[in-house]
Design a protein around this ligand. Structure first.
Ligand code: NAI
Ligand code: MG
Length: 364
């Protein structure tokens, strides 16, 4: 039995999470997934209803959950909430507290969308890569940090810092993942100009030689990686990199597909003594205020996040693959939300797109 906490959040978060939950329940009803589901408000909704971004009771649920299914957080009005409250109720706090160090972001090009992608079909056909982004250290967490001084001498500081242990666990995670895929890892850093980057390369090289010599490894500088991702994205299998580069490069790679709404992600902790990982699953997009409330958001990123949950938290890889095939098959059958439709193509609303996936699950 896994305990799943659902945090729909702000904007389109609730719209896409509702559909992901319908798909999740299908696996409970029809494929023997044993899960107990709890749902709580998150984000600006909390502030409006409870006067705090993070009620204690919600935090207790977060800490006890095996897996969190997350929508999105953030709206324009959130600027009105004090910074201290935002930190208390933010995603960074969850990632750090649960030690979710390994952020998996798969990017797979669906055949059906080759023509609507901004890239040339011959460049992106068959792209199937997966980022492992280190998520709990580096630029977004290093100290010292902050803004000091008075204008015009104010100084904003962030520190890019990695320990050997932080690099090592990200590297091991990537090598293990590669063994389940095409056995190839690209490690990305800027070791030519950054100290933590030089250490990154050194640690990855050492672990590779000692423990994963069967996996093919190449190193790329981050700027070169950006070029290769747009010129020859088929040349990648697993890409392991730090928090900052992983954020930028994975969003850029996501552009290959043509819409942010298509892409899932997982953030995982190290296994505890009982072998249990903590995990948070979410589409990579944000709260999309420009389309929120209209029922038109693409739910596939959220639905594919359920596939990652089945694979990484429920131990059901065959069911994960079944769901991924159902999404592909719905797209092959012409199902399109507005963000992925070519001019003149019929457009489905959020709920109908999820139904198209469920129909494939039922019939295939
Ligand atoms: P965004 O991802 O919310 O939207 C970027 C563009 O993609 C918009 O044009 C939006 O309409 C479109 N889009 C996003 N998801 C879509 C979907 N499912 N279907 C169709 N189109 C979709 O990023 P933006 O606008 O930069 O940020 C909006 C808010 O979301 C901000 O408050 C930001 O802080 C927050 N955010 C939250 C994240 C999270 O919860 N993990 C991640 C990224 C941003
Ligand atoms: Mg990002």
């Amino acid at each position: 039995m896994i305990r799943i906490l659902v945090l729909p959040g702000d904007g389109v978060g609730p719209e896409v999470t509702r559909e992901a939950l319908r798909v999740l329940r299908w696996f409970i009803d029809h494929r023997g997934l044993k899960a107990e589901i709890t749902e709580r408000d998150f984000g600006l909704v909390n502030w409006q209803k409870h006067g705090t971004m993070m009620p204690d009771e919600t935090w207790a649920r977060i800490e006890e959950a095996d897996a969190i299914l997350f929508g999105a957080v953030g709206t324009l009005d959130q600027k009105a909430v004090p910074a201290e409250e935002r930190r208390k109720g933010g995603l960074l706090r969850i990632r750090k507290s649960l030690d979710l160090f390994a952020n998996i972001r798969p990017v797979r090009m669906p055949r059906a969308l080759l023509e609507t992608s901004p890239y040339k079909p011959r460049v992106i056909e068959g792209v199937d890569l997966c980022f492992v982004r280190e998520l709990t250290a580096g630029m977004y967490f290093g100290t010292p940090r902050g803004v000091t001084g008075e204008s015009p001498d104010r100084r904003g500081v962030n520190t890019h810092s990695y320990t050997e242990a932080e690099i090592a666990r990200a590297a091991r995670f990537a090598f293990e993942l590669a063994r389940t895929r095409r056995n190839h890892v690209t490690s990305v850093d800027k070791g030519n100009v950054m100290e933590a980057g030089a250490l990154w390369r050194d640690v990855v090289t050492g672990i590779h030689a000692a423990e994963y010599a069967d996996v093919e490894l190449r190193h790329l500088l981050a700027d070169n990686c950006a070029i290769q991702l747009s010129r020859a994205p088929r040349g990648f299998d697993v890409i392991v990199t730090d928090n900052l580069f992983g954020d930028l490069l994975s969003d850029a790679a996501g552009a290959i597909i043509g819409s942010l709404g298509m892409l899932p992600s997982a953030a995982l902790s190290a296994p505890d003594a009982a072998g249990r990982r903590r995990a948070l699953y979410e589409p990579i997009h944000g709260s999309a205020p420009d389309i929120a409330g209209q029922g038109v958001a693409n739910p596939l990123g959220a639905i594919l996040s359920v596939a990652l949950l089945l694979r990484h938290s429920a131990g059901m890889p065959a069911e994960a693959a079944l769901l991924e095939r159902a999404v592909e098959s719905a797209l092959d059958g012409g199902a399109r939300t507005a963000d992925i439709a070519a001019p003149g193509e019929a457009v489905l609303r959020t709920e109908a797109m999820a139904q198209a996936v469920l129909d494939r699950l039922i019939h295939d």
